[in-house]
Design a protein around this ligand. Structure first.
Ligand SMILES: Nc1ncnc2c1ncn2[C@@H]1O[C@H](COP(=O)(O)OP(=O)(O)OP(=O)(O)O)[C@@H](O)[C@H]1O
Ligand SMILES: [Mg+2]
Length: 332
C-alpha cells in the first residue's frame, strides 16, 4: 500500500540480536524517503546503533539525515524518568487524600519494578505516533527495535493491559456499588479532609477519579491497539540470517504476534553468503545455509521474502545503505 499524509504507515523491524535490524530498517527508510515520502526512523533500542549505521550523531530530537528522512534515537533514561513522573503525578491526583501513602517511596520502587521499561517504551511509541503520524508530519514511521524478547513484551502490552483494565473496571464498579449500599444503610455520606477542605467520597462511577482514569487508560490502549493491529497501517518486517537459531526465534515471534493480532508481512533474509565457486572448506557452511533458507521459506510460506547478501563491507552511511536498497525493492 502507498502511504499518504492522511494515512501514514508504521513499520517495525524485528529480530534476534545482530541480525541486521538497524541496517535494513535504515535502508528501507532511506528507500521510502528517496521516493518522496516524509519518513521518520526511530531507534527504540537502549543500545542504539542507528547513528552508527547512518554515520551521524543522533539524539532524542528528529535530525534530518537526508532529503525527507529524519532520525531519532530515543533517550532511554529520559523516557523512563518522564514515564515515572507522569505516573506519580497521576497517582498524586487520584490518591492525594491518602496522606499515609508514601508516594516518593512508591515511585522509587516502581523504577525497579518489572515491566517499567516496556510501559515507558509503549508510552514513547504512542507519543511518536501522535506527534509525527497523527499530526501529519510523517508518511512513514519506521521503528528499529531492541532484540526480540523486549520488543514482543512491548507490543503485547496493549492487549494485556486491556484485559487488566476491564477486570479493574469491574472491580471498581463493585467497590462503588458497596459504597452506595453502605451509604444507603447508614444514611450518611462519607467525607475526607484534604488541605482543610472536606470532600465527599465518590459513590458514582461518573464522579470517581479512579474509574475515570481507568476509562482514560482504556481509550488510550484501545487507540494504540487498533493502530498496531491494523494491517493497512502497521506491518512487521522480521529480519533473519540464514541460520536456524535466528529463524526459529523469528518464527516464535511471528506466532506470538499473530496471536495478539499484529501482522507480519515481510521476511528479510539478511547476510546470505553468495559464493560463485565454493571452496572445499566452505562447502559444509553453504550446505547448512541452504538448509536453513529452505526451512525459513517453509516456515514463512505466505510471507514476502527478500534476500540481502553478506556484503564484503559493513554497511555504514547513506551511500552504503543505497546499495542495500536494490535488494529490498519488494518491501513497501
Ligand atoms: N548484509 C550485510 N552484510 C554485511 N554486514 C552486515 C549486513 N547487515 C548487517 N551487517 C553488519 O552486521 C552487524 C549487525 O547489524 P545491525 O546493527 O544492523 O544489526 P541489529 O539487528 O540492529 O543488531 P542489534 O540487535 O545489536 O541492534 C553490523 O556490524 C552491520 O554492519
Ligand atoms: Mg540494532
Amino acid at each position: 500500500m502507498t502511504p499518504n499524509k492522511a494515512n501514514y504507515i508504521i513499520r517495525f523491524f524485528l529480530g534476534k540480536g545482530g541480525v541486521g535490524k538497524t541496517t535494513t530498517a535504515a535502508a528501507y527508510a532511506l528507500k521510502m524517503a528517496m521516493k518522496g515520502f516524509q519518513t521518520y526512523i526511530v531507534s527504540l533500542d537502549p543500545a542504539h546503533n542507528l547513528g552508527d549505521v547512518l554515520d551521524t550523531e543522533l539524539s532524542d530530537e528528529p535530525k534530518k539525515v537526508y532529503e525527507n528522512l529524519w532520525a531519532i534515537e530515543v533517550n532511554y533514561e529520559k523516557m523512563i524518568k518522564n514515564h515515572l513522573k507522569q505516573l506519580s503525578e497521576k497517582i498524586k491526583d487520584i490518591y492525594g487524600y491518602l496522606k499515609i501513602f508514601n508516594l516518593e517511596k512508591y515511585v522509587d520502587v516502581l523504577r525497579h519494578s518489572p515491566g517499567v521499561e516496556e510501559q515507558a517504551s509503549l508510552d514513547k511509541i504512542i507519543e511518536i505516533i501522535r506527534n509525527y503520524g497523527e499530526k501529519n508530519k510523517a508518511d512513514i514511521i519506521v521503528f528499529d527495535t531492541p532484540p526480540t524478547g523486549l520488543t514482543l513484551r512491548i507490543m503485547a502490552l496493549p492487549t494485556i493491559s486491556l484485559i487488566w483494565i476491564d477486570k479493574l473496571m469491574e472491580l471498581r464498579l463493585a467497590i462503588l456499588e458497596r459504597r452506595r449500599a453502605i451509604t444507603k444503610i447508614t444514611g450518611e455520606e462519607y467525607e475526607v479532609e484534604i488541605g482543610g477542605k472536606k470532600l465527599k467520597i465518590p459513590v458514582d462511577a461518573a464522579e470517581d477519579p479512579i474509574y475515570k482514569e481507568l476509562l482514560n487508560l482504556k481509550s488510550e490502549y484501545d487507540w494504540i491497539y487498533n493502530i498496531l493491529t491494523d494491517p493497512n497501517k502497521t506491518l512487521i518486517a522480521l529480519v533473519i540470517n540464514p541460520e536456524m537459531l535466528p529463524i526459529l526465534e523469528a518464527y516464535r515471534a511471528y506466532k506470538f504476534l499473530s496471536k495478539i493480532g499484529i501482522h507480519t508481512e515481510y521476511i528479510i533474509l539478511n547476510k546470505v553468503l553468495i559464493v560463485r565457486s565454493v571452496p572445499e572448506e566452505l562447502k559444509p557452511k553453504i550446505n547448512e545455509q541452504n538448509k536453513a533458507i529452505e526451512e525459513a521459506r517453509k516456515l514463512f510460506i505466505n510471507k514476502i521474502f527478500t534476500e540481502i547478501p553478506y556484503l564484503p563491507k559493513e554497511p555504514r552511511g547513506i551511500d552504503d545503505l543505497k546499495d542495500i536498497i536494490t535488494y529490498i525493492e519488494n518491501i513497501s
